[in-house]
Ligand binder design. Sequence first.
Ligand SMILES: [Zn+2]
Length: 411
Amino acid sequence: MKRILLEILLVLGIGGAGYYGWSQSKAFQGADGQLQALTEQVAASEEKLKDAEKAQAEQDEKLKALAPKAQQFDAVQGAFSGGQVLGDLEALYAKQKSLSSERQLGLGVVRLLTKGPQDEGALQAFQKTLEQLDWKNNQKIICATQNALAVAGKEVKVLAECNTPPPLPVPAAAAAADKAAGDKAEKKGGHGGHAHWDYEGEMGPEHWGKEFPTCAKGKAQAPLNIAGPLERSQSVLTPGYKSGALEVTHNGHTIQVKGTAESKLRVDSKPYELVQFHFHKPSEEQIDGKPMAMVIHFVHKSEEGNLVVLGVLVKEGNENPGIQTIWQHMPTEPGTQLAEGVRFNPGNLLPREKDFWSYEGSLTTPPCTEGVRFFILKTPINMSRAQIAQFPFKKNARPVQPLNGRMIQSN
Ligand SMILES: [Zn+2]
């Protein structure tokens, strides 16, 4: 009986992850289409889960209840988040010699539901599952899940194989297209790992467009030179950052610190979660044609997947204690370091004055996806000369981009 229950949960898990993908990517046109898509996905998995056949009706009931509303999905996810389902499933499967690809996928999905897309272990497990799976039979589910992960800012290697991804909103749709283009380029170039780009030489910014078309063809690219005339902004910015575990990544292009779901930036009372923040040297933004010593980009994402970047400029001055903490735990070569027992509040890196310039822009690194709102605080923070020198990249700033008719705003 327990086993049957677990199988049901597994199918629900697959459907749930698919639903999570749909809902994250806002791919659905309405509850009907959504329910139909979900039912199809679950039906496909179901055929292979003979043990769960008896519970079909019960499961359909649950699924119908699950589909229409996000909060009902949250309830299912809540059931997973305790870890009981995952533990039971792992224990059950540990006894079996080999797992069918569907069960491996299910296990990966349950891990993901239990630990969330931000959990690297869960992501790796899911990735591993995808690699082993004859996933063409499960393409819809996988593509939906991948889209959810992509929206959550996670790279999933086989994303390019999702030939018919559901329509995504801007900027998520553009991001997926860019990512697919990038993945294709990566395959063509045969680099393995990530698509190759750099800040100078043959892979420098002027060549990014070859592999990442938006970088060259986009009409609302960032960064910008901030100069008049300026338009008046009515937006109200309210950062509400909280302390959390400190996790610092050296990704080959910058130093990046992981954000937490609890840390939010409100723009006109609309909440955006802090996903990560990272550094550029010198600042990518220029003020009247001049860069500052550095800039910190705080990257936020709304529930719908829209991105807002809060830029904090850095000038040379007194030593910055917050930066000191980050630099102490910074990996010196590509990799991630979790600072054991260290709590860090990103709010410590914000100036007291929150006056800003604002504009519509893009990611400033490939794939240069547009639809990113920038708020650049006018008041810089200090870092000492030694701290600036300690940043392990000599130069990692994209040149300023043409305005193309955009207006920069100021509050
Ligand atoms: Zn940046």
